[in-house]
Ligand binder design. Structure first.
Ligand code: GRF
Length: 226
């Protein structure tokens, strides 16, 4: 049986599309539902086109964040997922919901965490003169963008880079590492020990795609022994 997954989105849904594109019969995970916080999200259309079940939990209908979290949790739980994936989900959720899905809630973030948590990561990378920039998939903990990293992919920042070029370069990396993280999780190969992610019992963080020139390399995790 394939691992049941619920995907949370808020916008255009290209990361969702990357998961859909991987979801052939030999992919070990299966999207049970796509839930959007935004009724206009383009990702909802992508989901429908792929024949997936969609739901909307419109954050604007809830004055209190706890009420939004409760409604979201109820909808997610109705699909009995073993993994919940935030793929461009632009709402901050409370500690209660995060605890409820502890160890089975992951997020994609457009920076090399712990650098540039939060918004506007590409502009901040440029302003800071970062030599490398990239994307991370991490387990979600109550600290925003602060949970244990599963996989990262990096690119070298070029002198001519702009926010737009960085955004598109990083997005292409996101589309590779998010399905990879889901696959590893579904294969039961990820564990968290002392706040660090292990792949097959070995240290995983900072060992994503080779950075710089070697962007054709397959995502790999050659971490040192724990
Ligand atoms: C991605 O850059 C993701 O890292 C960030 O929001 C963006 C969502 O893009 N959290 P998409 O909706 O998957 O196209």
């Amino acid at each position: 049986m394939r691992l049941p997954v619920v995907v949370l989105i808020s916008g255009r849904g290209t990361n969702l599309q990357a998961i859909i594109d991987q979801s052939s019969s030999d992919f070990p995970a299966e999207i049970r539902a796509v839930i959007s916080s935004n009724p206009q999200a383009q990702g909802l259309e992508r989901a429908r086109r792929a024949g997936l079940t969609t739901e909307v939990v419109d954050h604007r209908k809830y004055a209190l964040r706890e009420d939004f979290d409760r409604a979201l949790l109820d909808v997610i739980d109705s699909y009995r997922p073993q993994l919940v994936v935030m793929a461009g989900f632009m709402r901050i959720v409370g500690a209660g919901l995060i605890r409820h899905y502890s160890g089975r809630l992951i997020n994609i973030h457009p920076s090399l965490l712990p650098q540039f948590k939060g918004l506007d990561t590409h502009a901040r990378a440029l302003r800071n003169g970062a030599r490398q920039h990239g994307a991370s998939v991490h387990f979600v903990t109550p600290e925003v963008d602060g949970g244990p990293v599963i996989i990262q992919a990096a690119l070298l920042v070029q002198p001519q880079d702009t926010v737009q070029t960085l955004a598109s370069g990083v997005l292409a990396l996101e589309h590779r590492i998010l399905p990879q993280a889901i696959k590893w999780f579904a294969e039961g190969r990820l564990t968290i020990k002392n706040g660090q992610v292990l792949l097959d019992g070995r240290r995983c963080a900072d060992q994503g795609l080779a950075s710089g020139e070697d962007q054709t390399a397959e995502p790999s995790c050659n971490g040192a022994s724990p």
